[in-house]
Design a binder for this molecule. Structure first.
Ligand code: ADP
Length: 495
């Protein structure tokens, strides 16, 4: 069956729009060379929502050639840094104009609550604008070594960058990747996750409206083992940025080693501790631990999925947390009151439910949830396990769903040991009124981000990334510019 290059979709909130379905290569939507397509599902119903064109190795080759040409010979190579910034700012403006539609696509494609989807699109706008501002502020240095030479460095773009993004924040990850890569003058071939290709394609259409020359931003839909692998092995891609599971992160690093040693940044999994001290404001701390785990249905790499509560307030916190978790409205992503929508896929749903079984078998106490929500779609009740111990799998393994493991701790040394008892190191939360406790514990935790008296408070200006097996490199902020530039040293002999 041949699939056209776009289709009209009527979303559950009444918005009707034209959804691109092709691969966005060299400034046009095109079918895949092998004519393959794949189905995309609506997580709220489990029904097929669209079929999109699938990129295979040949399409990746074509996209890379287009990007290569744009980088070395196209108009992109002649633009000033300021002009690049103007285009990115224009893209941010188009995201703003299309906020309702983009957020609605995201809720439809991913199953996330529309209120969260709107927040995601606002964060995309912030991120794109932020990097638009950086475009003409990237400078090298003059370095003195003595009177007989004049030395300077330049921050040069790398060239064709491969970007592979996950399904949990499809548009936000798109913006996190495109923003710094484009601000620094690179060109990209971005692959969306096979579960959630729709927003990425709509955003690709906006890049054309923003005036990016053909080949600068290429966006393809496809599978990890085919298109993803072709990107990570490609000899003409010299940088790859990946967000996803630690398992696939390892494969990307290996592919780089086996192909052309492309530079790799990885933003991977986590099992982040969220720590509540005796002196914390209990109501506020409970708000944050609730938000820390259930935001985006727990499908967040930095989710506060291990909660440690100090002995003196343990029972009180459990009671309050139970009440709070039961109040989270779960259901129809398009209901503006809903906080937790559907999990993204049947596979993820089954995986999370298997961890709920594991937690029960391991002897943890189910304080809230512990079952599916409703009888259609992939919804799961906000689930709390208490009385968890360090050896339990629900305490060690990333569940990526609305399931939290809670345990007690005695003092700072105890919780620093437990907090660090993980192969990951993406984030942590600390809830206390004592500044010394906050600083000591944040110094001693091995985590890329520590939130004090808050959680999941990401901002495009703040670097984000992991210690240990949570990743390599940092996204966002000025830090991310380093991922997309390489330093050239020019040394002039003055003798
Ligand atoms: P999840 O397990 O949560 O689906 P993955 O890490 O498998 O997360 O997927 C994240 C992204 O990585 C997706 O875009 C997926 O297509 C891609 N991917 C999966 N496997 C590979 C692979 N072997 N090589 C490159 N990309 C891959």
């Amino acid at each position: 069956m041949s699939v056209s290059l776009s289709t009209t979709i009527k979303l559950p909130n009444g918005i009707e729009y034209e959804q691109p379905l092709g691969l966005f290569i060299n400034g046009e939507f095109v079918p895949g060379k092998e004519g393959k397509t794949f189905e995309v599902f609506n997580p709220a119903t489990g029904q097929v929502s669209a079929s999109v064109h699938e990129a295979t190795e040949t399409d990746i080759d074509i996209a890379v050639e287009a990007a290569h040409e744009a980088f070395y010979n196209g108009p992109w190579s002649k633009l000033t840094a300021a002009e690049r910034g103007i285009k990115l700012a224009k893209l941010a403006e188009l995201f703003e104009e299309n906020l309702q539609i983009l957020a609605s696509i995201e809720a439809f494609d991913n199953g996330k609550a529309i209120q969260l989807a709107k927040g995601d699109v606002q964060a995309c706008i912030g991120c794109l604008r932020y990097y638009a501002g950086w475009a003409d502020k990237i400078h090298g240095k003059v370095i003195e070594t003595g009177p007989s030479s004049f030395n300077y460095t330049k921050q040069e773009p790398i060239g064709v960058c491969g970007q592979i993004i996950p399904w949990n924040f499809p548009l936000l990850m798109w913006a996190w990747k495109i923003g710094p890569a484009i601000a620094t003058g690179n060109v990209v071939v971005l692959k969306s996750a096979e579960q959630t290709p729709l927003g990425a394609l709509y955003a690709a259409k906006l890049t054309k409206e923003a005036g990016f020359p053909p080949g600068v931003i290429n966006v393809v839909s496809g599978f990890g083992r085919v298109a993803g692998n072709a990107i990570s092995m490609h000899p003409k891609i010299h940088k790859i940025a990946f967000t996803g599971s630690t398992l696939v992160g390892r494969q990307i690093l290996k592919a780089s080693a086996e192909s052309n040693l492309k530079k790799v940044t990885l933003e991977l999994g986590g099992k982040s501790p969220n720590i509540v001290f005796n002196d914390a404001d209990i109501d506020k701390a409970v708000e944050w631990i609730n938000f820390g785990i259930y935001y985006n249905g727990g499908q967040t790499c930095c989710a506060g999925s291990r909660v440690y509560v100090q002995e003196g307030i343990y029972d009180k916190v459990i009671e309050a947390f139970k009440k709070r978790a039961n109040k989270n409205l779960v259901g129809n992503p398009f209901d503006p009151e809903v906080f937790q929508g559907a999990q993204v896929s049947q596979l993820q749903f089954d995986r999370i439910m298997s961890y709920v079984d594991i937690g029960k078998k391991e002897g943890a106490t189910v304080e809230a949830g512990g079952a599916r929500h409703g009888d259609e779609g992939w919804f799961i009740q906000p689930t709390i396990f208490s009385g968890c111990t360090e050896d339990m799998r629900i305490m060690q393994e990333e569940i990526f769903g609305p399931v939290v493991a809670v345990a007690k701790f005695k003092d700072i040394d105890d919780v620093v040991f437990k907090g660090n008892n993980s192969v990951y190191g993406l984030a942590a939360g600390i809830h206390t009124k004592n500044l010394n406790t906050a600083i000591e514990v944040s110094n001693r935790l091995r985590a890329g981000t520590v939130w004090v008296n808050s959680y999941n408070s990401l901002h495009w200006a703040l670097p984000f990334g992991g210690y240990q097996q949570s990743g390599i490199g940092r996204e966002l902020g000025k830090e991310a510019l380093k991922n997309y530039t390489q330093v050239k040293t020019v040394s002039i002999n003055l003798d």
